[in-house]
Design a protein around this ligand. Structure first.
Ligand code: TRP
Length: 452
């Protein structure tokens, strides 16, 4: 019975498709836009060092746990817990993931909309011959207006929608196979320009010379939140993707590849951005606008800048698109499988819901700018709740679930493909998801909200 239902679900068709789709989910605005401004706000190299520890010591093991849950259950993230832990409350962990997916996709789409505007402005030739200050005012004038950012946000969600509706192989896998290799090539070219700028030395030292006095609990929480955000962890996104993995996928290898690719892109985008920040005298801690004000300066100083700027914003858009697709898929798969409505209808509900969330996030830069909750504007609040609260908590409970609830044999079975692959660090992995990840995340979290 369940075999029939499962065979109706889509699936990825190739090994490289699995890696590129998962990496496509992971590599997105988080690596370029969010990583650079988080690094800037948290003091540079010291933040990056903690970020790297979080990625490899906590992120990778949690990723393997998500993979295991997803491929074992072959269903959306909430159903996965109902199948693997029937009669328990673990399904709420999946429910929280679906909710987080809604929130993150909502505010993420706003920034995706900004990239479309910048693409448009690049094509129109409005991105050259300006003083650094002019890009600053251009950005604030644009984001604080009401109509244009909303229009681009809605357009971006529609683009996402029409790919998700096409399904796993023809929509998600195919788009990732084309977009991801292109992204890498363009990044390499931009690095070539950036490291030859006059401020390169200062920028690189900011990135790679840690000042340990800058480390506080809030820096550690930010690094942890950023690690989960960048790797698409904590809300069942990679769990949903893993439910489409073929049985012969080597999940440990895939996990390592995705983590390394994602981290490389983040560090490289720091190498692109920070030399420019110091060359053009921009404050590294200026927040979410960092890449929209800095990068235009790099482009206008490049030979052929007009074309590079267009290409860059196309690729930023496409990298973002492979990520929005993955978030959309989490909620769409949930709606489709739990309510028995068609995939198309499910996708529409998700798209429209996210437009609503995107709308208040977008307006919080202008019309709703004075509305604050706990001193945070609505955009920052949505980011805070989803990526600094829900993702770390999700990561902690996913660790607890796989470390303590799930039978060790199931874990081994999935990660070794029924004992046909070697996974030498299995014991270390178990130790981390049982003790290190939950305790570490809980401490950071409690410290941050003032309990410890
Ligand atoms: N990882 C993506 C990025 O870096 C964003 C993303 C996609 C995400 N899916 C997610 C973040 C799930 C958190 C959870 O841009």
């Amino acid at each position: 019975m369940s075999g029939i239902k499962e065979s109706k679900r889509g699936g990825f068709g190739s090994k490289i498709g699995v890696v590129l789709a998962s990496a496509g989910s992971a590599v997105g605005l988080g690596n370029i836009w969010r990583f650079s401004y988080m690094t800037g706000q948290n003091g540079g190299a010291a933040f990056i060092l903690i970020y790297l520890c979080c990625v490899f010591l906590l992120g990778l093991p949690v990723m393997l746990s998500e993979f295991t849950i997803g491929r074992r259950a072959h269903s959306n993230t909430m159903r996965a817990y109902l199948k693997l832990a029937p009669g328990t409350k673990w399904f709420m962990l999946g429910g929280m993931g679906v909710l987080a997916g809604f929130l993150i996709l909502g505010y993420y789409s706003v920034v995706c909309g900004w990239t479309l505007e910048y693409l448009f402005q690049s094509v129109a030739g409005n991105m050259s011959g300006k003083e650094p200050e002019a890009f600053n005012s251009m950005f604030s004038a644009f984001t604080s207006s009401s109509f244009r950012p909303l229009m681009w946000m809605i357009l971006f969600l529609l683009l996402t929608h029409f790919i998700v509706v096409k399904g796993i192989k023809k929509g998600i896998e195919k788009s990732s196979m084309i977009l991801m290799p292109m992204l890498f090539i363009i990044m390499l070219v931009l690095i070539g320009r950036s490291v030859t700028l006059p401020g390169a030395r200062e920028g690189l030292s900011y990135l790679f010379n840690p000042d340990f006095s800058k480390i506080t609990s809030s820096v550690v929480l930010s690094a942890l939140g950023q690690a989960f955000f960048s790797l698409s962890l904590g809300m069942g996104c990679l769990c949903t993707y893993a439910s489409y993995f073929p049985d012969n996928t080597n999940m440990v290898k895939t996990g390592v590849e995705v983590t390394v690719l994602d981290t490389t892109v983040a560090i490289l985008s720091g190498v692109i951005i920070f030399p420019a920040v110091f060359t053009f005298g921009i404050d590294p801690s200026s927040g979410p606008e960092l890449v929209f004000v800095t990068l235009p300066n790099v482009f206008q100083n490049m030979i052929g800048g007009y074309l590079w700027s267009i290409l860059f914003y196309i690729l930023l858009t496409l990298a973002a698109l492979t990520s929005t697709i993955s978030m959309h898929e989490v909620v769409t798969a949930f709606m489709e499988e739990e309510t028995r409505i068609s995939r198309a209808k499910a996708a529409w509900i998700v798209t429209l819901g996210c437009m609503l969330i995107g709308t208040y996030c977008s307006l919080s830069f202008g019309l709703l700018g004075r509305v604050t909750v706990f001193g945070l504007d609505l955009f920052t609040l949505t980011d805070f709740i989803s990526s600094k609260v829900m993702l770390p908590l999700g990561g902690m409970f996913i660790s607890l679930f796989t470390g303590w609830y799930l039978d060790k044999k199931i874990l081994w079975d999935e990660l070794s493909n029924h004992n046909t692959l070697r996974f030498r660090l299995f014991k270390a992995y178990l130790f981390i998801i049982r003790y290190v990840a939950p305790v570490f995340i809980a401490c950071i979290f409690l410290k941050e909200i003032g309990v410890l």
